[in-house]
Design a binder for this molecule. Structure first.
Ligand SMILES: [Zn+2]
Length: 74
């Protein structure tokens, strides 16, 4: 039986829970009882990091050409 991780949408705690034969992606927080969303270990982090890296990378790409131009002009 697979173990899924849930992240509470109320207290933001992450906890593991067994998921029986159901596709329910909403669980119940074991800490406060609020709805908790099932997360796939690793995948969620990658998504967050990916978007963050994309923004950072995009900004860096914008800066680099400017620096290069300035250096070339000087
Ligand atoms: Zn909670």
């Amino acid at each position: 039986m697979p173990i899924y991780e849930y992240k509470c949408q109320n207290c933001s705690r992450i906890f593991e829970n067994f998921q029986p034969l159901t596709d329910e992606v909403i669980g119940e927080c074991i800490y406060c009882g609020a709805p908790a969303k099932r997360i796939i270990s690793g995948k969620v982090g990658v998504v967050f990091k990916g978007s963050g890296f994309y923004v950072t990378d995009y900004k860096k790409k914008e800066e680099k050409p400017e620096r290069t131009e300035k250096n070339e002009n000087k």
